[in-house]
Design a protein around this ligand. Structure first.
Ligand code: MTE
Length: 328
């Protein structure tokens, strides 16, 4: 086996958490902006300390909503991944197929941003993102994040339970699925000009999955608004599923009785199916899923069934957990 465990892996989460650090940094930035003299020295300090990215995030109109209080129910078994890694090693095919798309993603306009709640609902609605953010119960959750490419991170997401959004949308009893769509903006997302991809990026969940307590709508990271490369202003986070289910920069939630066909399923259904639950026992057709590279830690560790979240979600999949259809 190419797996090993390091002692650092067992480090208590409280020792590893940089939350205090980023809270202090936000206070520093706010304080520096308080007066002209301080602001000038603050600008120099920011540049010197390489904090330009943090200052830019603060320009987001929702910045005042963060940091949100942490929901302690969701514990990690590993240190948080370094913020720089999480925000500069991304999959966002609209902007390119390399991991280094964060620069290109900075061009995405995220205000105004409307979210449509449509299909089998009591009344269709279009809601402005800042109105929605004020109505939803924001909190922070520390989740493991496992990509189908066999790497993983540990991420402090901010956002709200997807269940709150489903309740806000008021679906009819006949709705069985939620189908979600990413924006279409080929002028800034260059890949969307390539017609052989089935844009927009689409994903779907069953209503039971969407209202499970783990299903989360991410709106921020590390106590700040969501960076564009990570799916600003609003994305899905389903930590028991491979990362490709966690669709970014959402503009549509459609309630339907038809099983959605996702972007990746359309492209390569034999490798990327609807369920996509993390399972070390079912290999991807081209590589093993038994272990994962923990980015930033230099470790390779065993992958856990449902990414370690079985206590929350295993009951959603009552038949044989080895049944292939639950995984691809
Ligand atoms: N959403 C959109 N719209 N486009 C994408 O290319 N990539 C998916 C998912 N959501 C993707 C997307 C994949 S493959 C993964 S692993 C995660 O986003 C990566 O999220 P991260 O960049 O925040 O780690």
């Amino acid at each position: 086996m190419l797996t090993k465990r390091k002692r650092g892996w067992e480090m208590p989460e409280s020792r590893a958490t940089p939350e205090d650090a980023f809270r202090r940094r936000r206070e520093l930035i706010k304080g520096l902006a308080a007066g002209p003299i301080l602001a000038a020295s603050g600008a120099a300090l920011l540049a010197g300390a390489g904090e330009a990215a943090a200052a830019k995030a603060d320009a987001d109109p929702s910045a005042g909503l963060y940091p949100a209080g942490r929901n302690e129910r969701f514990k990690l078994d590993r240190p948080l991944t370094d913020e720089k890694m999480v925000t500069t090693y991304n999959n966002f095919y609209e902007f390119g197929s390399s991991k280094n798309i964060w620069r290109a993603a900075r061009d995405l306009p995220i205000r105004p941003w409307q979210v449509r709640l449509t299909g089998m609902v009591e009344k269709e609605q279009t809601v402005d993102i800042d109105t929605l953010l004020k109505r939803m119960p924001l909190e922070e959750r520390l989740y493991r994040h496992r990509c189908v490419e066999a790497w993983s991170m540990a991420v402090p997401w901010s956002g709200f339970p997807m269940k709150a959004l489903v309740e806000f949308a008021r679906p009819l009893a006949s709705a069985k699925y939620v189908r979600m769509e990413t924006f279409m903006n080929p002028a800034v997302a260059g890949r969307q000009r390539q017609p052989w991809f089935p844009w927009p990026y689409v994903e779907g969940l069953t209503i039971e999955e969407a209202t499970n307590e783990l299903a989360f709508i991410g709106t921020g990271l590390y106590g700040k608004p969501m960076p564009k490369a990570n799916g600003a202003p609003i994305r899905l986070v389903t930590p028991w599923k491979y990362g490709f289910k966690s669709v970014k920069s959402l503009v549509l939630f459609e309630f339907t009785d038809k099983k959605p066909v996702s972007f990746w399923e359309t492209l390569q259904g034999s490798e990327y199916g609807f369920w996509a639950n993390v399972n070390p026992n079912v290999a991807h057709p081209r590589w093993s899923q038994a272990s994962e590279r923990v980015l930033g830690a230099g470790d390779t560790v065993p992958t856990l069934i449902y990414n370690g979240y079985g206590e929350f979600v295993a009951h959603l999949y009552p038949s044989d957990p080895k049944e292939r259809t639950y995984f691809y």
